[in-house]
Design a protein around this ligand. Sequence first.
Ligand code: DGL
Length: 282
Amino acid sequence: MKEQSVTSEGAIGIFDSGYGGLTVLSEIRALMPGYDYIYLGDNARAPYGNRSFERVYQFTLEAVEWFFARGCHLVILACNTASAKALRSIQQINLPAINPQKRVLGVIHPTAECVADISQTNHIGVLGTEGTIQSGSYEIEIEKLYPHLTVTGEACPMWVPLVENREYDKPGADYFVKQHLDYLFGRDPQIDTIILGCTHYPLLMNKIVQFIPDNVRVITQGKYVAESLRDYLQRHPDIEDKCTKNSSVQYFTTESPEKFNQQASLFLNEQIDAHKTTLEKL
Ligand code: DGL
């Protein structure tokens, strides 16, 4: 299918720098299979994790405008780095100018909401990209909701490349996974709840559980983001009414669709047929 022939009026947009957002899309579709979805991975410019604020903001805004041009009314930034560095500016500065009726939501707030019910020690660890951890977004969100919690962040810059290069279940991954978990617990041994604050990290779960104490719970965010989206749509019938419901999913990538189809199979249990697109302004 040629990109020009694809319309997405009323589909819910799901954006990530690459493949990680597919872990969120899976959970959203499992909970709300009836809606239409359009997924965009900016693979040509990924990873975002070590890019500057300005660059992540620019790239994310281009993606949001791309979804809006295709008729989406609601876009989920299924990328922690984009949520941390671009969401607030887009909501406060860009949306009022582009179209105040449209909505853009992120993954950090819904994930932060769940931690208080889970932790017994009130000590939380957050693992994420450099951009997410340096932004302090999880600390800020959790502090607003639950000031009694202590939050320690640890940037794991090697983890996304391990996933993207299919090394996530190989012996070499052990070194990098253990290293960052050791750093995290070295800084706060009382942590009993770890947030995987990067949508790529669920693929490293089998490694992560090998290097943490038995009492520590690891939170993957897809389920919480999905539940939060369902609640949001229930509370906002004006947006919900605009969402079409034909159970369809379309995939777009700014890189090679063949590579996207192949890599996506790591994150989804199905064959997909992605389309090529571009976000850079001509
Ligand atoms: N999936 C992105 C996130 O959740 C990380 C990947 C990247 O660095 O682009 O932060």
